[in-house]
Design a protein around this ligand. Structure first.
Ligand code: HGY
Ligand code: MN
Ligand code: MN
Length: 416
């Protein structure tokens, strides 16, 4: 299926916008764009300028999401939201999040001329903090918009010692007004998100697009193994309580248990304190990211991991501490919206049977499901690579994604 020249031109614009956003980073030479930072503010301003080019009313909501709106048949109709996130992981690829915002904008441009005949308003949103890179809790932008903001998040502090509350004020937001970001369910028709697959299934199936069935539930923890910092030369093994030895056993236990339980668990960061060659490690901080298709499997795996690590640490005279920093339950996509996304893909690619995928990657759609029906379109990405600078997509696939996403919006309108 060869996309039209119009679709290819729209895809070039979308990819150029991902490139422009990629340049907005806290570190030159790589993409680090974390929530409520200067590069995030720059990204919001750039996306707002694109929205304004399409005569969208634009605003930044009370939790830092950038939003744009085109009115439907009459003003103040409930809105169909299209979007994704603008924040990134450290040393990120340029499509995880921004491609979904760019595709949503491309559809808004296309429908601009006919939106006044739609039975709903059309909104585009660039979420502020899907990854949770800076403060730990993930999906905070979409959860703010969905009305499930968690007041416990204010206790979070970033690596530089900045509290979330201070970051809010510095960004120009008022912590006391986060509730104003919450959208009443009656103001929304639904939420559609286009996103790179972040896995190899579409490439293995030689398909450009897929529709999501459900998104894995996730839990994240800040773990700490506590021993005793001692002189590396003068401390015998009998007298040592080496925190890194304990943490290393923990990392092995995480993988062993996750494999046997059929879940995925990842220790993505590990910090040794005080971190000197001639000091026996006193304590080690680790992160744990745990996901499964079913929350019960995820929770059982955590219980097994926690008790296995606790046992190992006690045997070694060490203390094991765990604080949960994020939890999102597994979410099934809304059947009607999922059918609309599939219909859009079918109409665009001519495929009889549209590829249906379970998403191990988390998305803002998980948070949005608390307030409105949600569905997702996935776009093939090279070798399934994501959360890495080598993230790549094909121009044709992006063109097909825009066509299919536009068709999905029109399918929602037709069923409305
Ligand atoms: O971690 C995830 O699954 C997503 O990329 N935030
Ligand atoms: Mn993402
Ligand atoms: Mn991501």
């Amino acid at each position: 299926m060869r996309p039209s020249e119009t679709a290819l031109a729209d895809a070039r614009t979308a990819l150029a916008r991902c490139d422009a956003l990629a340049a907005l980073s806290a570190r030159s030479g790589r993409i680090d764009r974390f929530a409520l930072t200067r590069s995030h503010a720059e990204a919001n301003a750039l996306v707002a300028s694109w929205m304004a080019q399409t005569e969208m009313a634009t605003w930044v909501d009370a939790v830092g999401n950038v939003c744009g709106r085109l009115e439907g048949l009459t003003s103040d109709l409930p809105a169909l939201l299209l979007g994704s996130h603008l924040d990134t992981v450290p040393d990120a690829g340029r499509y995880d999040g921004p491609l979904g915002v760019a595709i949503a904008l491309a559809v808004a441009v296309r429908l601009h001329a006919r939106v006044a005949s739609l039975p709903f308003a059309l909104e585009v949103v660039g979420f502020s903090d899907e990854e949770g890179t800076r403060f730990g809790a993930a999906l905070t932008g979409s959860r703010g918009l969905a009305g499930t903001w968690d007041e416990a998040w204010w206790a979070q502090v970033d690596a530089g010692g900045v509290r979330l509350r201070e970051a809010f004020v510095e960004f120009g937001l008022d912590p006391a007004r986060v509730g104003e970001a919450a959208r009443p369910p009656e103001s929304l028709v639904g939420y559609l998100e286009s996103h790179i697959e972040q896995g190899p299934s579409l490439e293995d199936a030689d398909r450009p697009l897929g529709v999501v069935s459900a998104i894995a539930g996730a839990r994240r923890f800040a773990l700490r193994v506590v021993g005793e910092a001692r002189h590396a030369g003068g401390t015998s093994y009998e007298r040592r309580r080496d925190a890194l030895v304990g943490a290393s056993h923990a990392v092995i236990e995480v993988e062993r248990i996750a494999r046997t339980e059929g879940v995925v668990a990842t220790v993505g960061a590990l910090e040794v304190h005080p971190g000197a060659a001639n000091v026996v490690p006193g304590h080690v901080d680790l992160t744990l990211d745990l996901r499964a298709e079913h929350d019960a499997d995820r929770d059982r795996a955590w219980d097994l991991i926690a008790s296995a690590v606790e046992k190992r640490c006690t045997e070694g005279g060490l203390v094991f501490e765990a604080v949960e920093t994020h939890r999102a339950q597994a979410v099934a996509m809304d059947p009607a919206l999922r059918d609309a996304v599939a219909a859009g893909i079918r109409a665009t690619t001519g495929e009889e049977s549209v590829t249906v995928l379970f998403s191990g990657a988390g998305h803002d759609a998980m948070a949005m499901a608390a307030v409105t029906p949600v569905a997702m379109q996935l776009v093939r990405c090279r070798d399934g690579i994501s959360h890495h600078p080598d993230e790549a997509v094909r121009l044709d696939d992006v063109a097909l994604a825009i066509d299919a996403f536009e068709a999905a919006v029109l399918a929602v309108a037709a069923e409305f």
